[in-house]
Design a protein around this ligand. Structure first.
Ligand SMILES: *[C@@H]1O[C@H](CO)[C@@H](O)[C@H](O)[C@H]1NC(C)=O
Ligand SMILES: *[C@@H]1O[C@H](CO)[C@@H](O)[C@H](O)[C@H]1NC(C)=O
Length: 192
């Protein structure tokens, strides 16, 4: 009895090390982010990578009108390693007025909602978003535990068209990859 515990504690430090640094993890990594205002619904946007696995968006609603019916119409293109075929995933609709409602976690949309919900700053409980006010999505990231670990490695482009008041207000483009990394801490280091 005593001996068993002894062995356990002797091994514990090694187990901790293997959990922290060991097995490769499949991550969603960001290479670039670009944002462009498309109409006066929004007056300003700041998009930047915080690290290779986190990005931040600050978006200001225009001075004239509050923003209602805010949603994203998104498309993902996958460029898998060693394959010519491109896979396109269309019609991913993110409803920013209903962030709380959606919780389907075992899908791409569910993964997006989870990541968005934990990174929002100052969002209203319900729509509209107030005019002349800045809202943030801060250090958005996907935890490796939430990302499927067994799919083929791929690069991707993500395009989101953000609509408000039935008008296209903003376009976001993110490029990056989904691949195995041995040392994920390196990908969490701030870039600035
Ligand atoms: C993904 O893109 C990077 C750089 O843009 C490239 O070096 C790499 O080979 C690409 N990987 C795949 C899986 O296409
Ligand atoms: C909008 O906000 C800015 C800074 O918060 C302020 O200086 C400006 O007067 C505001 N404009 C209106 C129309 O309320």
């Amino acid at each position: 009895m005593f001996r068993k515990h002894h062995i356990f504690w002797a091994l514990a430090p090694f187990m901790a090390i293997s959990l922290a640094g060991g097995d490769p993890k499949t991550l969603i990594v960001f290479d670039t982010i670009d944002c462009a205002i498309k109409s006066s619904v929004f007056s300003k946007v700041v998009c930047q990578l915080y690290s290779r696995t986190e990005f931040t968006v600050f978006l200001t609603v225009g001075e004239r009108k509050q923003a209602d019916k805010v949603y994203g119409d998104c498309e993902v293109k996958l460029f898998p390693k060693r394959q010519k075929k491109i896979t396109r995933i269309n019609n991913l609709r993110l409803d920013f007025c209903q962030l709380k409602k959606h919780s389907e976690s075992r899908s791409m949309l569910g993964m997006y909602y989870l990541a968005i919900r934990r990174s929002i700053v100052g969002f209203p409980k319900k729509c509209p978003f107030k005019k002349n006010t800045t809202y943030g999505i801060k250090r958005l990231h996907f935890d490796w535990q939430e990302v499927p670990q067994y799919l083929p490695e791929t690069n991707y482009t993500f395009r989101g068209k953000i609509y408000a008041n039935d008008e296209l207000g903003l376009e976001i483009k993110v490029t990056g990859g989904y691949f195995k990394v041995a040392n994920d801490a390196a990908y969490r280091k701030p870039l600035l």
